[in-house]
Design a protein around this ligand. Structure first.
Ligand SMILES: [Ca+2]
Ligand SMILES: [Ca+2]
Ligand SMILES: [Ca+2]
Length: 439
């Protein structure tokens, strides 16, 4: 199985999007008129951020959209005062020059950071799955030693910002407490039609029962925040919609969600100033989720490149960024068999790297929940990130109210140092590897 990069060349990406549109149609924020341009920009689609002191937001928004003869896609009221809109490029300067507008971001495409996207749709259509297999301990959960911990994340709530979650999966259903769909006009339709979000959810909190797999924090409750469509694609505007929902459920707003996982990404850069210096609405929204008391854990991406060109991985001022480790035997020391992505207990060849990366976690051949009550082994930094999100849940369970830097510091200091169970022949990964037993 070849690693599926999200840094496909612009032209190749355009072909994929076009073919996808023709075959399946998009019922999402990535509209049929979407043109995928350079740097994943979505032509004619913008995110308008209003100034902080603007009042009567509904009225102002309607007025600006009307004047621009645009079509409103989404409204944001928690992470931003603003909205997403489709409008002609000619109207852009008018909107930008409106005294009530802080800045306008171009909307961009994002996609899952897993390698199995090409198989997802077809496995979903395959129909009735075989009877559930007896429960096994996934190698990733074993590798970080989360099994046998008395702390299972009871009472904790975590958001999976992804393709949704299979709401009737027998290994997840009892843990799912709510969600929101940001990919269409049906907010209650937050099930999964891809499999990716279901897989991520299982690594965090699959039930400890007699079947399937078990998650890092099997007693934690899950929120399904669907921002990517059935093909694994979304946009900054759909992700900000999801972030808006998560922030509204964060501790600062009286809510229960303390951790959110984002195994997704696209091109972009960080100003290390919450997007205020480079007019980045996604970055601003991510910082607001941080400020709402929600720890954001994100995938580094699968391009085999520096994360500096990929967001949200590059947002070093607001998220915990996770690279992928190869592990085939569920234990440290490099004694397991090798893979096409590298030797046991080395970093996966597809994993992004760089100074914004905080910690590594298992991300190759990870067995977890899939659509239609099924299970599947797939690879990607998408699979590494939820291991860290799960351990963040465990930490917050015993250290409530910790800031995101406290959580990051705890994960790093309890992590496995380079040379103490894993090695890095590539010389690109100085970050420690996640461990739950030393937390
Ligand atoms: Ca173990
Ligand atoms: Ca189970
Ligand atoms: Ca190993």
């Amino acid at each position: 199985m070849k690693s599926r990069s999200l840094a496909l060349s612009a032209s190749f990406s355009s072909i994929i999007v076009l073919v996808t549109l023709i075959i399946f149609g998009f019922a999402t924020l990535v509209s049929a008129e979407t043109r995928r341009g350079e740097d994943d920009r979505i032509g004619g689609q913008y995110i308008v951020v209003l100034k902080e002191d603007v009042e009567n937001l509904d009225q102002v928004e309607a007025e600006i959209v009307g004047r621009a003869r645009g079509e409103r896609i989404a409204s944001y009221r928690t992470v931003l005062s603003g909205f997403a809109v489709r409008m002609s490029e000619e109207e852009l300067s008018v909107v930008e020059n409106d005294p009530r507008v802080a800045f306008v971001s171009e909307d961009r495409l994002v996609s899952t950071t897993a390698s199995a996207r090409e198989n997802a749709f077809f496995s979903w259509r395959r129909g009735t799955p075989p009877p559930p297999p007896p429960q096994v301990l996934p190698t990733g959960v074993d590798r970080i030693n989360a099994e046998n911990k008395a702390n299972t994340g009871t009472g904790m709530h975590v958001a999976v910002i992804d393709t949704g979650i299979d709401l009737t999966h027998p290994d997840l259903q009892a843990n799912i407490v709510g969600g929101k769909n940001c990919t269409s006009s049906k907010p209650a339709d937050y099930g999964d039609q891809n499999g990716h979000g279901t897989h991520v959810a299982g690594t965090i909190a699959a039930l400890n029962n007699t079947q399937g797999v078990v998650g890092v924090a099997p007693a934690a409750k899950l929120w399904s925040v669907r921002v990517l469509d059935r093909n694994g694609y979304g946009s900054w505007s759909s992700v900000i919609c999801g972030l808006d929902f998560v922030a509204s459920k964060g501790p600062a707003n009286g809510g229960s969600i303390t951790v959110a996982n984002m195994s997704l990404g696209g091109s972009g850069v960080s100003d290390n100033n919450c997007g205020n210096s480079n007019n980045d609405a996604l970055h601003k929204a991510v910082c607001r989720v941080r400020d709402a008391g929600v720890i954001l854990v994100v995938a580094a991406g699968n391009e085999g490149k520096n994360t500096s060109g990929f967001v949200p991985a590059a947002y070093d001022d607001a998220v915990i960024t996770v690279s992928a480790l190869v592990d085939t035997d569920g234990t440290s020391g490099g004694g397991g068999s090798g893979t096409s992505y590298g030797a046991d207990d080395t970093f996966a060849s597809f994993s992004n790297y760089g100074s914004a990366v905080d910690i590594g976690a298992p991300g190759v051949n990870i067995n977890s929940t899939w659509l239609s009550g099924g299970y599947k082994s797939i690879s990607g930094t998408s699979m590494a990130s939820p291991h860290v999100a799960g351990v963040a849940v465990l930490y917050l369970s015993t250290h409530p109210g910790s800031s995101w830097t406290d959580v990051r510091g705890a994960l790093l200091s309890s992590g496995e140092a380079l040379g103490s169970g894993h090695s890095d022949p590539s010389g690109k990964h100085s970050e420690p590897v996640l461990r739950a037993d030393t937390l």
